[in-house]
Design a protein around this ligand. Structure first.
Ligand code: HAM
Length: 417
């Protein structure tokens, strides 16, 4: 029979790996709560139109990476990112009416049909954070500070913060035209993608990684020189506040990001340990998105972190012990007593395992050791006659008899200290 394998670009998170996932999920919940964020859970699929309008039809994501399917005449898409769905929910449920400074986060799978490689999958997971209705630079700085605090809380030591401002609806259109005008005479020297982007979305040219295109791109006009006064002041204040908080950053005028909704501040955190897909998290401000999706004219800002990428670069944790007490009935007559003790200990909060298959004494001890058991409790013919359990401390190998009536209490005290 042929074996069915996981779909290309998807991966299982196996029991041996899951501890680190649970740790970074718990760290997100604990840290974000300190900044006033609450969790939101939105559907995995949405109307295709939401992503087309939200992310932009000229982006790689919408142009070629979405998992779109027909559902009896409706075009639906597996979410390639979380922001558009959250904005839809905020509008649909009037969330900003009840909370003018709404802060939410979400965890979950996203889907993009990209070419799989290290750190790039077709189903991957994001930790996503969004804040609405906050216009001042202080929230930009706080967002960045929280993102880095999260990485530190997860145990990441080495990374780089990269910043840019991409202007707003007032100043960016003129910059895009300046860019297009500078690109057109040189377009024939660029890769086919950039030739197309020169007309459709010249900002995307700044993202190009093709080595031969780099001399042309480096010489293009820079957005920092074309920001309006408001955008320039906003960005200056963001960087001033980051300086005040002691947060180092590098400015990169080419950081435009792969989604069209950004305005003003954009940021990314990269890690050398990742290789080609070096972005651990990315985000920015999106002041026009809520109104573009039919909502009120309120600002938004957020970021998303790739959980697979973070897990790849975190130190590998030691295997966690899975068992406090391992029970060993050595004869059939000990089974009833074992089941009662097992239930009592689990009720007291201990992790209790036994081997219901009746393997040899030695094999069971090896299993107890592998599971990381602190104590093994043995009940054989001898123990039954004496009315005791023989309790072995797996650390020091000391063994003592404990009366049947006291054994649950004895083990609970030892484990809980
Ligand atoms: P993004 O830059 O497309 O932004 O994705 C954010 C992060 O998701 C990336 O930095 C990366 O770590 C991870 N990621 C993206 N694609 C893949 C993939 N194929 N495999 C593994 N990891 C991946 C967004 O998604 C925006 N919604 C972020 C945002 C929220 N901006 C404002 N609010």
């Amino acid at each position: 029979m042929t074996v069915i394998r996981a779909v290309k670009g998807t991966r299982d998170i196996l029991p041996d790996e899951v501890a680190v996932w649970q740790r970074i999920e718990a760290a997100a919940r604990a840290l974000f709560a300190r900044y006033g964020y609450r969790e939101i859970r939105t559907p995995i699929f949405e109307e295709t139109e939401l992503f087309a309008r939200g992310i932009g039809t000229d982006t790689d994501i919408v142009g070629k990476e979405m998992y779109t399917f027909d559902d009896h005449g409706a075009s639906l898409t597996l979410r390639p990112e979380a922001t558009a769905g959250i904005v839809r929910s905020v509008i649909e449920n009037n969330l900003v009416n009840t909370d003018p400074a709404l802060k939410v986060y979400a965890l979950g799978p996203m889907f993009r049909r990209e070419r799989p490689q290290k750190g790039r999958y077709r189903q991957f997971h994001q930790v996503d954070v969004e804040a609405f209705g906050l216009t001042r630079p202080a929230i930009d700085a706080e967002m960045v500070e929280m993102a880095l605090g999260y990485l530190e809380a997860c145990g990441l030591k080495s990374y780089e913060l990269v910043l840019n401002s991409v202007g707003d609806a007032k100043c960016r259109p003129a910059y895009v035209e300046t860019l297009r005008a500078a690109l057109r005479p040189q377009a024939s020297r660029l890769c086919p993608d950039c030739q197309r982007r020169t007309e459709t979305n010249p900002l995307r040219v700044l993202d190009c990684k093709v080595p031969e295109d780099q001399p042309v791109i480096e010489a293009l006009p820079r957005i920092a020189d074309h920001l309006c006064a408001e955008c320039r002041d906003h960005f200056a204040e963001v960087t001033r506040e980051l300086g005040l908080l002691g947060i180092p950053y590098r400015l990169n005028h080419r950081l435009v990001r792969g989604l069209d909704y950004y305005t003003r501040t954009t940021f990314e955190v990269t890690s050398d340990a990742l290789g080609a897909q070096n972005s651990v998290l990315g985000g920015g401000r999106y002041d026009g998105l809520v109104s573009a999706l039919g909502g009120p004219d309120i600002s938004g800002i957020g970021f998303a972190l790739g959980m697979e990428r973070l897990v790849l670069i975190l130190p590998v944790p030691e295997g966690e012990p899975r068992c406090d007490v391992f029970l060993m009935p050595l004869e059939d007559a000990a089974l009833d007593e074992t089941l009662r003790l097992q239930r009592a200990l689990r009720g007291a909060g201990l992790r209790v395992l036994m081997d219901p298959e009746g393997r040899s004494f030695k094999a069971r001890l090896r299993l107890a050791d592998k599971l990381g058991a602190r104590y093994v409790a043995i009940r054989g013919e001898d123990e039954r006659r004496k009315g005791v359990w023989s309790v072995r401390d797996m650390k020091g190998s000391a063994q003592e008899d404990v009366a049947e009536s006291r054994v649950a209490e004895h083990l609970t005290e030892r484990i809980h200290g």
